[in-house]
Design a protein around this ligand. Structure first.
Ligand SMILES: *Cc1c(COP(=O)(O)O)cnc(C)c1O
Length: 370
């Protein structure tokens, strides 16, 4: 029996009847751009994230791009971020005209090391962009403590609904940053039926700027204070996401349960390093990612057994050809480089059946002769 890495059809089947009537009535109304569905989802995501404001946009990449612009980041500026992330985190920094400055990760959580971020700050640094990788939040409070006045854009594309205990209080992904960004790409924990994104903030002035940048830099139609973007969240996607949102907590709990099952099932295999969740964090396990020295051999074995798997990410951003102009070399961020050679993610999606989960365990254990 083949097991997919992610089964979106299985999730759709469980909510089809909740999603489709709203979509049909929106199509009958032909009211596709912004409007009530987007406003409703913005309120819901602000509620979940414990932020005062939320602004829907076209995707998670634009969410970062617009956040950078809202902080007036552009040519001549530096932005400190992680090289062990999806390309969009740094591509957007480049695209606003700024320079990405890559600092290494913690090898256990795969998130940016706050001390290295602080050490990389220069007079040109305008923001730090930590990524909440694989579903667990970065050490936001530590970055804040080391850099009290530095704006933080939290790339929470993989971590909507994740939380972290800071000074005894739960803090949601996006809540404690200057600006938090989410993606509704179908493979994220809250995924649409197409692209979508959201930006959250506690700051009213930033909120107004985000709204303006989303619609060509215009507040009053046809009058433009600045050059912005056409980056709206589609109303059809907003309806899908509002129908899915009430299920998000249970789905993420199911992912945690699957993760705990795997970690238990691999406990006697010393060659497998299971995901490490910082005791302050509650992860939403967008990915269940193990480290294995013989990673490429394990991949070949899983492929032969029909077990879905993927490597996030095989080449850290500081070594990408497009960033050669920045002058990083092999060895610049050794933990990111080592992680890129050793990680592999296994199926952890909430609809995974017990039989599928067992199949994954048997295949992985089999590789280690167990
Ligand atoms: C998915 C993702 C993005 C980009 O989101 P899109 O909606 O695909 O544009 C950005 N950062 C990270 C870490 C992501 O995982």
């Amino acid at each position: 029996m083949a097991v997919p890495l992610l089964d979106l059809k299985a999730q759709h089947a469980t909510i089809r009847d909740e999603v489709l009537p709203g979509l049909i009535s929106l199509i009958d109304d032909q009211a596709f751009i912004l409007g009530a569905p987007v406003g409703a989802l913005e309120c819901e995501v602000a509620g979940l994230s414990q932020t005062r404001y939320a602004v829907g946009c076209a995707n998670g990449t634009d969410a970062i791009l617009i956040a950078l612009r809202a902080l007036d980041i552009g040519r001549g500026d530096e932005v400190v971020t992680s090289p062990f992330t999806f390309f969009a985190t740094a591509g957007t920094i480049h695209n606003v005209g700024a320079t990405p400055v890559f600092v290494d990760i913690d090898p256990k959580t795969y998130n940016i090391r706050p001390d290295l971020a602080a050490a990389a700050v220069t007079s040109k640094t305008k923001a730090v962009v930590p990524v909440d990788l694989f579903g667990q939040m970065a050490a936001i409070e530590e970055i804040r403590r080391l850099l009290p006045t530095m704006p933080i854009i939290e790339d929470a594309a993989q971590s909507i609904g994740a939380r972290r205990k800071i000074d005894g209080e739960w803090v949601m992904a996006g809540q404690a940053a200057t600006i938090g960004t989410f993606s509704f790409f179908p493979s994220k924990n809250l995924g649409g039926y197409g692209d979508g994104g959201m930006i959250v903030t506690q700051d009213e002035a930033i909120f107004k700027r985000l709204q303006r940048l989303r619609t060509h830099g215009s507040v009053q139609t046809y009058f433009h204070e600045e050059v912005g973007y056409n980056s709206r969240l589609d109303a059809l996607q907003a309806l899908v996401l509002s129908a899915k949102l009430p299920h998000l907590a249970a789905w993420s709990a199911k992912r945690r349960e699957n993760a705990a099952f795997y970690t238990q099932a691999f406990a006697d295999i010393a060659e497998i390093v299971p995901p490490y969740i910082d005791p302050a964090n509650e992860s939403i396990f967008n990915q269940y990612t193990i480290r294995v020295a013989r990673r490429d051999e394990l991949k070949a074995h899983l492929a032969a057994k029909g077990i879905g798997h993927s490597v996030y990410y095989p080449l850290p951003l500081h070594l990408q050809p497009c960033f050669a102009y920045l002058g990083y070399r092999e060895g610049s961020c050794p933990e990111s480089e080592r992680a890129a050679k050793e990680v592999v993610s296994l199926p952890v999606f909430p609809e995974l059946t017990g039989a599928q989960r067992d199949e994954v365990v048997v295949a992985v254990r089999g590789f280690f002769g167990k």
